[in-house]
Write a protein that binds this ligand. Structure first.
Ligand SMILES: Cc1cc2nc3c(=O)[nH]c(=O)nc-3n(C[C@H](O)[C@H](O)[C@H](O)COP(=O)(O)OP(=O)(O)OC[C@H]3O[C@@H](n4cnc5c(N)ncnc54)[C@H](O)[C@@H]3O)c2cc1C
Length: 244
């Protein structure tokens, strides 16, 4: 797969820690929701660092992609992408990459259970955006684990989707601090939580689980214990150990 130089056409703040960068690509090609791009940074002395970022935008958006990057405090690459990149900059990227953690057209009718923690929601957002732009009507539930209300990526868009679409359910869980008066989940994603959601599906869903390693392992094990066939559970680890 070839590297290409993309041009940054927009930078938007999403939360106090995260920004979405829109990159125009001369050799754009449609991705499958769930796929990612690699970004390669090269210093003046030739030192290179490379990291993966999931595509947040739907495949219907031609010519450019959105990547949402969470600032990891002691990280090598993400602080530069969040704080250093501005409109007009060039970024070296390659993609789309990934053939496993993807939602394929053949699966569009199956119910979807999306489980995300922190920036793990990014590829799940691409799936939800694709579901909306393609006019798909399959039932979908998103369980999204975050530390505090200030950490909810795409908050307004997700709440809007949940309001407009009776076949989509949004289930936030706050692991450190919930909003005033919150009556929803206030704990890490666990088996009783996932079993409760599984009961709402007309048939066993296809599950996508993405985020920090501990969250992904706990959620995937819980889904297996709940009786879902292993081949219906797809996982992606973003690195970092902490849960949402
Ligand atoms: C397929 C794939 C898709 C990804 N998509 C996204 C995305 O859409 N948005 C996004 O923000 N990140 C995403 N990531 C994570 C991203 O690739 C980097 O790992 C992340 O930005 C940290 O890079 P860094 O150079 O800043 O930190 P590093 O210098 O690599 O690491 C610094 C420290 O932070 C820890 N750390 C690394 N990653 C994380 C993390 N995600 N959470 C908490 N601690 C961490 C490391 O263990 C280390 O202790 C994805 C990873 C993969 C494998």
């Amino acid at each position: 797969m070839q590297w290409q130089m993309g041009e940054v056409t927009s930078v938007r703040r999403e939360t106090h820690r995260a920004k979405t960068i829109t990159i125009r690509l001369p050799a754009w090609q449609a991705h499958l929701p769930g796929q990612h791009y690699d970004i390669r940074l090269t210093a003046e002395d030739g030192y290179q660092a490379q990291r993966s970022y999931s595509v947040a935008s739907p495949p219907a958006r031609q010519g450019s992609i959105d990547l949402t990057v969470d600032h990891i405090a002691d990280g090598e690459v993400s602080p530069y992408l969040v704080e250093g990149v501005t409109v007009g900059d060039s970024l070296e990227v390659r993609g789309p990459i990934g053939g496993y953690f993807v939602w394929t057209p053949a699966e569009h009718r199956r119910p979807l259970l999306l489980v995300g923690g922190g920036s793990g929601v990014v590829p799940l957002m691409a799936m939800l955006r694709h579901r909306k732009t393609a006019g798909l009507a399959n039932p979908a539930q998103l369980v999204f684990s975050v530390r505090t209300p200030a950490d909810v990526l795409y908050a307004q868009e997700l709440e809007g989707l949940a309001r407009e679409d009776p076949r989509f359910g949004l289930h936030l869980t706050f692991t450190r601090k919930a909003p005033e008066g919150w009556t929803g989940y206030q704990r890490r994603i666990d088996e009783p939580m996932l079993r409760q959601l599984l009961d709402t599906f007309p048939q066993p869903p296809l599950s996508f689980v993405c985020g920090p390693t501990l969250l992904v392992e706990a959620a995937a094990n819980a889904l297996l214990n709940a009786g879902l066939p292993p081949e219906t559970i797809r996982t992606e680890h973003f690195g970092g150990a902490s849960s949402g």
